[in-house]
Ligand binder design. Structure first.
Ligand SMILES: Nc1ncnc2c1ncn2[C@@H]1O[C@H](COP(=O)(O)OP(=O)(O)OP(=O)(O)O)[C@@H](O)[C@H]1O
Ligand SMILES: [Mg+2]
Length: 229
């Protein structure tokens, strides 16, 4: 197995058959020991976070597959905390697509002059460049096209898929009395067909979820989501 990339929360390997293997680690993003899904540094280690993230990811990717939404998911192995996926090439050096239902986090830090904390945002989609050094700057549709990162058609597809996927996650959480405030997704082009597909993960580490007005940490979110009743 060849190591392709060692990320902040996952390692990426290439399998002999050409597929990729994602290994979920117990490292989570944050600062000074406090979890923050928007952070660009590993802030803390949470025992079991890798497996919990994979469990949630597997659950949601299977849900999306059932609805014929293109994803990289092939299979996962919970005991090993690994997921087999279709290799993708990312747009530029990678984008993050955020869907916002309530104003928190970086949205509020940027637009606090106009936005009220936790105001409803109706599934607002925004794209940021994965560029740790520059603090993951937001970029417009025109900016993405001008810099040849993606075409207008690809942008439209990205936005459509983001809304569709985020709405599904939101509805799933709502069944457990949990409200999704925002979620961060990643997309890539299918290694063979070039089709835009959802890649990476859908876990507590990529979203902000609240219950009864209280923010829920990733491990607790996974527990609540799979709790009986
Ligand atoms: N199917 C795929 N094909 C190619 N690369 C993928 C695929 N799925 C996920 N990746 C990439 O694998 C890496 C996973 O590592 P990790 O989640 O630790 O990310 P990171 O980029 O270091 O940090 P962050 O997600 O916080 O920006 C990411 O760069 C992600 O874009
Ligand atoms: Mg990541």
């Amino acid at each position: 197995m060849k190591t392709i990339y060692s990320g902040k929360t996952k390692d990426v390997f290439e399998l002999d058959n050409g597929n990729y293997l994602l290994k979920f680690k117990d490292d989570v993003t944050g600062e000074n020991g406090v979890f923050d899904p928007g952070a660009n540094t590993v802030g803390l280690v949470m025992e079991g976070a890798g497996r919990a993230g994979l469990n949630m990811t597997t659950y949601f990717f299977r849900k999306l597959q059932e609805q014929n939404i293109p994803t990289h998911f092939i299979d996962s192995d919970l005991s090993e905390a690994t997921m087999t996926v279709i290799p993708a090439t990312v747009f530029g050096n990678g984008l993050e697509v955020i869907c916002r239902y309530r104003a928190v986090g970086s949205f509020l830090r940027r637009y606090g002059m106009y936005a009220q904390s936790e105001q409803s945002l109706d599934g607002f989609v925004e794209v940021t460049l994965k560029d740790d050094e520059r603090g993951d700057p937001p970029i417009s549709e025109d900016g993405l096209a001008m810099l040849n990162i993606l075409s207008y058609e690809e942008y439209a597809q990205l936005k459509r898929l983001t809304k569709q996927i985020s709405d599904i996650v939101k509805a799933e959480l709502a069944k457990k009395g949990i409200e999704l405030y925002d979620i961060k997704l990643e997309f890539g082009r299918h290694g063979q067909t070039g089709e835009t597909m959802l890649i990476d993960e859908i876990s507590g580490g990529n979203m902000r979820a609240y219950k009864d007005g209280q923010y829920i940490e990733p491990l607790e979110l996974e527990r609540l989501l799979f709790a009986e009743g």
